[in-house]
Design a protein around this ligand. Structure first.
Ligand code: UD1
Length: 375
């Protein structure tokens, strides 16, 4: 049976990594890369570090406004599909690449092509967030939905998605993270940056809603400078963030805060795992922090991962400068609070790749495009 996977950004590569070699073994499997991310440090380094084979087809789309980017990926992806068409197209997550793949697959439904969505059902409930729009649209047209947590099923149910197509699997990022943490043990990454274990913080932020508005980005930047007066902060800069900081005149030279190029996965996981805490707006990083038992100050007002806030390891701080400073001060100076945060029981579900593969194997043959329920 023929399958096609479309990916194109850093998080998609990381989260699909445990599945791709297994899909190669079990199926005639074509891997297509959209080219949404294209620089070595946002793309190729992850293929190398995670020992993934190169994509069979590269669409080389690059950066554009969202509509153009999505449209170009659709056009080139459709043209790149093999003949005869695959039985299924897999997409992961909530990027423009994933949306483009989903829309192409949905249009081929009448020709028997099924759409499989990995990391379905997660919601921030922020209707303005580009990723939330992408997720909802993808889930609406998916034939098979792999959902990280039970609570994500509830999101789908409320939106009227047929739950017989949805399976709770856990999130593949857990396996990516733990395998990489094992590899990184001897790397001494903090020492390479002159940092001592538990005596520094790591910060990443790149979301459009975090970095594209000057007051928010400035507040986070100033909060980081304040945190940097208590302990060193290392900031691997996403290209979008670098661009917006330049536009708003926020300098890269700041005492206590070191801005660096984006890191590879092994270094990132090693740095995160030995940090005192992280500050981030990334969905992937909050999961990785939870898996490694590292507290996160989440630079957002909502999260798709409420379970980590509820269990007490992560805190939502938004872009509120005083809140970020206060929460960071507690994690640095209040040893009791810090110890408690490091030792809470974190609900981490293992084994997502295996559950996904088994379900795929069991379900693919039986799925047929379904009629919509009548109104
Ligand atoms: C995308 C995803 C987001 C994901 C993030 C991870 C969407 C809507 N958003 O956001 O969900 O969390 O990736 O990184 O799909 N750029 C480079 N080099 C690269 C890639 C991008 O310099 O390799 C620059 C481009 O100038 C571009 C900017 O980064 O303007 C943003 O890239 P874009 O593809 O728009 O999305 P991300 O912000 O990375």
């Amino acid at each position: 049976m023929r399958l096609v996977t479309l990916l194109g950004t850093r998080p998609e590569i990381i989260k699909m990594a445990p599945l791709l070699p297994r899909l190669d073994e079990g199926y005639e499997h074509l891997l297509v890369h959209s080219g949404q991310h294209y620089s070595r440090e946002m793309d190729r380094i992850f293929f190398e570090e995670l020992s993934l084979r190169a994509p069979g087809v590269h669409l080389e789309v690059g950066s554009h406004p969202a509509g153009t980017q999505t449209g170009r990926i659709m056009e080139r992806f459709e043209a790149a599909l093999p003949s005869p068409l695959p039985a299924a197209i897999l997409v992961q997550g909530d990027t423009n690449t994933a949306l483009a793949g989903a829309l192409v697959a949905a249009k081929l439904r009448s020709q028997g092509v099924l759409l499989v969505h990995v990391e379905a059902g997660t919601r921030s409930h922020n209707p303005l967030q580009p990723e939330e729009i992408n997720r909802k649209l993808i889930d609406r047209v998916s034939d098979l939905l792999f959902v990280p947590e039970e609570r994500d099923l509830e999101n789908l149910r409320r939106e009227g998605v047929d739950l017989s197509r949805a399976f709770v699997t856990g999130n593949t990022v857990v396996e990516s993270c733990l395998r990489t943490a094992a590899l990184s043990a001897s790397r001494q990454t903090p020492a390479r940056y002159g940092l001592a274990p538990e005596r520094y913080a790591v910060a990443t932020f790149h979301r459009q809603e975090t970095v594209d508005e000057e007051p928010k980005l400035r507040a986070i930047y100033e909060a980081l400078l304040a945190v940097g007066r208590r302990l060193p902060v290392l900031v691997p800069l996403h290209p979008r963030t670098r661009k917006m900081m330049g536009r708003f005149g926020l300098g890269l030279e700041a005492p206590g805060v070191r801005f660096i190029e984006p890191l590879g996965y092994v270094d990132m996981i090693d740095l995160l795992g030995h940090s005192r805490f992280c500050l981030t707006d990334s969905g992937g990083l909050v999961e990785e922090a939870a898996v490694l038992g590292i507290p996160a100050l989440v630079l957002r007002t909502e999260t798709e991962h409420r379970q980590y806030v509820e269990c007490g390891i992560h805190t939502l701080v938004g872009s509120d400068r005083a809140r970020i400073e206060n929460e960071a001060a507690r994690l640095v100076e209040d040893g009791e609070t810090y110890r408690l945060r490091r030792t809470v029981s974190v609900p981490v579900r293992r084994g997502a790749p295996e559950v996904i593969l088994q379900t795929l194997r069991a379900r693919l043959g039986r799925l047929v495009p379904a009629a919509e329920p009548s109104a």
